[in-house]
Design a protein around this ligand. Structure first.
Ligand code: PEP
Ligand code: MG
Length: 893
């Protein structure tokens, strides 16, 4: 019989932290804590496979699952001494989702399950608190109706507001037991009116309804979007956790809270979190009531006047602190925990590895190495490479005066400037128009995720450091100022009111997620520095990694930036980019439009000194590091004017008839330019272009070698080769120029001639091409395009649809298609090295900066990856992680 249900409680558990795939993150860690003997309310976890079964069987549960759940509930009853559905001593349950990777707030939860007209009396009697019991019952009806019965929660809010007004109360807390009882009656009547049947009184019906609803929430729109954004496969499904309820809302000795075992913003080793007295769990995350600090130190820092937990509940606090320390040592990582105190008794409701800013991740990893908790390699493995982007964010220049119009909590670091928008939809449409926005909300909810994603930063006027906005922005790596209480959003008039100012939609603001300040207008920013913990992690990464990391740089500015980020050479200089600047485009056009070779050569003579000085500068900046220069690649008409006005303008500048120019432009038109007259085909048609470029490269190499005293070994790369004979021809031109230049300069220089592998034919014939090529660089942009037969410029029209429909998981132009394009790379690498065992292999397509693709490159044994300057740190770290992974695999083999 298949095991669908795993139980935990009273110091025992059937699973543990290693069972995340089955039990989901929440379930696995509840089991782990229970197994450690920590105070966890007893419960059971229905495995995630049951969710998959649910979807593949017309939303039916597996047969054996029901009995197993009921057996598990029997166990909970035995531990708690209460009985599910019993009128006098009822067991109440929580039913929560729990996927393999955390999807905060995306799926549904039902609390207080098991309450009905009878058990509510038993609860009141047991708790000796009628008001609490009726409040719990009405909360349950509201939550269950929303999640399971599909009734809009607004209807309930309206009823509640009306009744509160009728009773003359302002707050929920003013309501009496009888008044809550009255509200439940109205709720139930309304439900019966709406649905034609009464609110389910049978706890069994409630139970299966809630479990089904949690499974169903795996497919709700929010969860689907979240999965897409985080690459979480749909087939994972969610587990369901059914657990005995504990109550943080049983008066002033009860409380509920959340905590991080270290500061998730800075990484500082200090307990960090918030709690609310007399409240249920969701109240803390909702950010509606202002929470209290856990420690006195934090209270003093935040200026809260209400006492910290440390003062208010010293015994529970001491136990909690000890548990936090134990969990950290046990998991060897910073934990994010949820807890409840029911009448003085502490209960742990969740633990998981805590989300943190990249800065905090670095500090925690470096500190934990110093504390002897983890190894250097482990520290390197823990940093998510793509999150380094966060550290590469600009900060506000401290030297300039700040026009502060409001302030809140520094919820996610970095500074951002943009136009004010008040809705997620406006943020998305502005982004589509290429405008930068700051999303301004009272507070955010999971419905705002797409807007947050489109925004440069987020500002909220309510909520704390653990509010939705704060947690999600930190995860996304965008700056966030949360709970800016000095500011007010006036939705009706589309205004943001700050200190002494009123701003409207479209006005520019800057938020500083590191200080919590909100500033008017644009502010000068400082570029980030790679020092401190970051430098330490990178140093460990560099020590470990096997592959080198080069950069794709076309200008001296790019090359300098890349060097400062640690690039170890240039893997691709796209020379065509040098021809667009200033004067050069005119000369380039002169060359393209020349009638014959003589005309072309005249124009090329003018381009030569420009190219030479570009290359000399690149060689000097790279100071002896390898530099790969690619010959001209794009089709020539890319340099020509397109619209009639442009043609008229260019014709006038060149002293040509507009019609004549127009005819030349037409003649160069191609139906499929990406498969047309480009790459090495240009050098074969017009060898004089390649001659000029080769001469510029060799002359520059000689000049730079004399200037820097370091030998320069240029690597000349021929694009879009499919046939060995193509490479032979172009190599002949290059070699010819090389001997000429060396003779003229009376100086020997070494150089390499290699090719890009960016056509399937080249990959398949790599052993033959390697007879002529001294190195290969995989041009995976074109190789993806030509392998799939999908135009890289048009694919965005259908790739998102493919992803939505599950045809492909990842965009192959962003993340390498291992099975197809990857197989060609593997073949080419193998065959190339058959012919030339020591041949240098690299990658210079966009995938060279993509972490998962970099792992593939390690696996295939490439020598280097090359990526854009800002991705160099990401690539260094990814390459190190790839090496560590290979070493671990080898050890386990
Ligand atoms: C490639 O095709 O992967 C490549 C690096 O060249 P480009 O993007 O310039 O075509
Ligand atoms: Mg290419």
């Amino acid at each position: 019989m298949e095991k669908w249900v795993y139980t935990f409680g009273a110091g025992l558990a059937e699973g543990g932290a290693g069972d995340v795939e089955k039990l989901g993150g929440k379930g696995a860690n509840l089991a782990e804590m229970a197994g450690l003997g920590l105070p966890v309310p007893p419960g059971l976890t229905i495995i995630a496979d049951a969710c998959t079964h649910f979807y593949t069987h017309q939303r039916n549960f597996p047969d054996e699952m029901k009995t197993q759940v009921l057996d598990g509930i029997g166990g909970i009853e035995a531990i708690t001494g209460r009985t599910f559905g019993d009128a006098r001593n009822p067991l109440l349950l929580s039913v929560r989702s729990g996927a393999r990777s955390s999807m905060p707030g995306m799926m549904d939860t039902v609390l207080n399950l098991g309450l009905n007209d009878e058990t509510v009396q038993g609860l009141a009697h047991n708790a000796e608190d009628d008001r609490f019991a009726w409040d719990s019952y009405r909360r349950f009806i509201q939550m269950y109706s929303d999640v399971v019965l599909g009734l809009d929660h607004e209807i309930f809010e309206e009823i509640l507001d009306d009744e509160k007004a009728r009773f003359g109360h302002e707050f929920d807390t003013d309501m009496t037991a009888a008044e809550w009882q009255h509200v439940t009656r109205i709720y139930k009547q309304m439900i019966e009116d709406e649905l034609g049947e009464p609110f389910p009184q049978d706890p069994q019906v409630q139970l299966w309804g809630a479990i089904g609803a949690v499974f169903s929430s795996w497919m709700n729109a929010r969860a689907v979007t979240y999965r897409q954004l985080h690459n979480i496969p749909v087939h994972w499904g969610t587990a369901v956790n059914v657990q005995a309820m504990v109550f943080g809302n049983l008066g002033s000795t009860s409380a509920t809270g959340v905590a991080f075992t270290r500061n998730p913003s800075t990484g500082e080793k200090e307990l960090y979190g918030e709690f609310l007295v007399n409240a249920q769990g969701e109240d803390v995350v909702a950010g509606i009531r202002t929470p209290q600090s856990l420690t006195e130190a934090a209270r003093l820092e935040s200026g809260y006047d209400k006492p910290a937990m440390e003062k208010l509940m010293p015994e529970a606090f001491a136990e909690f602190l000890a548990i936090c320390n134990r969990l950290e040592t046990h998991y060897q990582d910073m934990q994010d925990v949820e807890f409840t105190i029911e009448r003085g008794k502490l209960w742990m409701l969740q633990t998981r590895s805590g989300k943190r800013t990249t800065k905090a991740a670095m500090k925690i990893a470096v500190d934990m190495v110093a504390e002897g908790l983890i190894s250097e390699d482990e520290a390197v493995s823990r940093i998510e490479p793509s999150s380094l982007d966060q550290l590469l964010h600009p900060t506000i220049d401290p030297r300039v005066a700040r026009e502060v119009i409001g302030s809140g909590l520094p919820a996610s670091p970095g500074a951002a400037t943009g136009e004010i928008v008040f809705t997620a939809e406006d943020a998305v449409s502005a982004k589509e128009e290429g405008r930068k926005v700051i999303l301004v909300r009272m507070e955010t909810s999971p419905e705002d995720i797409h807007g947050m994603h489109a925004a440069e930063g987020v500002l909220t006027t309510r909520g704390g450091m653990t509010s939705h906005a704060a947690v999600v922005a930190r995860g996304m790596g965008i700056p966030c100022v949360a709970g800016a209480g000095t500011m007010r959003v006036d939705f009706r008039n589309g205004a943001l009111i700050g200190v002494g100012v009123q701003l409207k939609k479209g006005d520019i603001i800057t938020i500083d997620g590191s200080s919590g300040q909100v500033l008017k207008g644009t502010v000068p920013m400082l570029q980030p520095e790679l020092s401190g913990d970051f430098a330490q992690i990178m140093a460990w990464a560099d020590k470990t990694r096997r592959m080198t990391v080069r950069t794709n740089a076309d200008t001296p500015g790019d090359a300098r930036a890349a060097r400062s980020f640690g690039a170890e050479g240039i893997g691709l200089c796209r020379t065509e980019h040098m021809f667009f600047e200033g004067e050069r485009i005119h000369v380039m056009r002169e060359m393209i439009l020349a009638e014959d070779e003589t005309g072309r050569r005249a124009a090329l003579d003018k381009l030569l000194p420009m190219q030479r000085s570009d290359f000399t500068e690149l060689f000097s900046i790279m100071h002896g590091l390898p530099v790969t220069i690619r010959l001209l690649d794009p089709p020539l008409h890319e340099f020509l004017p397109k619209t009639e006005e442009e043609i008229a303008e260019v014709a006038a500048a060149m002293g040509m008839e507009p019609r004549a120019l127009s005819q030349r432009v037409d003649a160069l038109h191609e139906f499929n330019p990406m498969l047309g007259h480009r790459g090495c085909r240009l050098a074969i048609s017009y060898p004089e272009i390649a001659e000029m470029q080769a001469r510029a490269i060799f002359e520059a190499a000689i000049a730079a070698a004399l200037e820097t005293g370091e030998p320069v070994v240029p690597e000349i790369m021929v694009p879009l080769v499919g046939l060995r004979s193509e490479l032979d021809y172009v190599k002949g031109v290059i070699d010819g120029v090389a001997s000429e230049v060396m003779r003229e300069g009376a100086l020997e220089i070494s150089y390499l001639v290699g090719t890009m592998i960016e056509l399937p034919r080249a990959a398949i014939r790599a052993h033959v091409i390697a007879e002529a090529a001294e190195f290969f660089s995989f041009g995976t942009n074109d190789l993806t395009q030509t392998t799939f037969g999908m135009s890289r410029d048009d694919a965005s029209a259908f790739i998102p649809t493919y992803q939505k429909k599950g045809i492909i998981e990842r965009d192959p132009f962003i993340s390498l298609d291992f099975d197809g394009v990857g197989e060609l790379i593997r073949i080419a690498a193998e065959r190339g090295r058959q012919t030339r065992p020591d041949m240098k292999l690299g990658i210079c397509g966009e995938h060279g900066g993509d972490p998962t693709s970099i792992h593939f490159c390690e696996d295939v044994g490439l020598d280097y990856v090359s990526c854009s300057p800002f991705r160099v740190p990401i690539a260094r770290l990814s390459a190190a992680q790839a090496t560590i992974k290979q070493q671990r695999l080898a050890r386990h083999a």
